[in-house]
Design a protein around this ligand. Sequence first.
Ligand code: LLP
Length: 404
Amino acid sequence: MKYLNNSFLIEHVKAEYLAKKFGTPIYCYSYKKLKMNIIKFKNNFKSFNPLVCFSVKSNTNVNLLREIRKLGCGADVVSIGELMKALKAGVNTKKIVFSGVGKTTKELNYAINKNILLINAESKSEIIEIEKIAKSKKKIVNIGIRLNPNTDAKTINKISTGKKEDKFGLTEKTFIELVKYTKNSKYINLKCLSIHIGSQILNNLSYEKMLKVIDKVVKKSNHKFEYVDLGGGIGIAYNNKTKKFNYKKYSISISKFLKNHNSKIIFEPGRSIIGDTGILISKVIYIKKTKSKDFIILDSGMNDLMRPALYGVNHRIIPVIKKGGSSKKTYEFVGPICESTDKFLTSKNFQKLKEKDLIIICDVGAYGMSLSSNYNVRPNPVEILIKESKINIVKKRQKLIDLI
Ligand code: LLP
């Protein structure tokens, strides 16, 4: 993704062309970027050859999931719906892990019938429920237990999951009790310790602390874990000022851990695989000038991209057609939704815009479309995957009539 003669390209296709042909807003992804991200991710950890289970919640588009599967990934799912999508995308059941604090009996039943690799349980009640279902089916079910390491991921507070006050996982004490419990169970085979301390993590220290806790707990529990599932969480640079995550350091820490533990590592990355592969192309509907600032009112809103409204985070905004030399302005980019939080970014020094101009909101591949809604009765945007010059509609724009 880059500018050529001041016009923004996704691989060989102009963003401007897509907007003309399909209307706006458009979620648009680059296949090449996706492929490179997966190759790079695997390369970073090749010394221990982990199983990479793409976190489906970050992007649930079945056609994209199919590409991700073809590039060698499994799937991390958190609901029957995500599991069904992973299966529809052809993901091998032996590469699917099921996480989440509130799996229902129906969901567990379905997952057990499909013989997926692991159900990562998060409470004693859930383990008892799995045991009950397994017994009724006369099956032995492979599970993991999620540990809450009480470590701080040093990320956005709202997406931190590994502190003791968070609902996720089990304390060290309960974890060890449950390891003992499963030893006496005829229907449960405890294969995995799973963990996930949060998302958009850029600080290696958080993972190092997490690994120390896992090391201690595994030793204490005196159990041979075939798998250690380290979850996802690796952050990406949403702007040029952010320091990139140090993969090499993380890989070395894990290799050190593996010297004492003979387990297969599982990762559940979402954002680091798909985050920077996607953009949202939007059009300026109106420009509203006020004394203090100019509002750029876009045709995409917080229903299309919720992250800024939900977490107060920024996504870069860039023009589809770059104009050199024009005077710079301070703009507040907002959507059309009737909420004051429907605001994407305040940008100083933006090139002068006019109504009907096109802009791009960057790095929306993860938790962009998957968090979108029909709030204000607004249909979901079309999703397009670009492969060189080829334009693939991976999901059609939702029809207004289907919402009425
Ligand atoms: N595994 C588990 C158990 C998770 O809960 C998550 C994300 C992942 C893996 C993938 O994490 P990732 O590699 O994508 O960081 N909506 C928020 C992010 C919420 C993440 C929830 N769990 C956002 O837009 O920033």
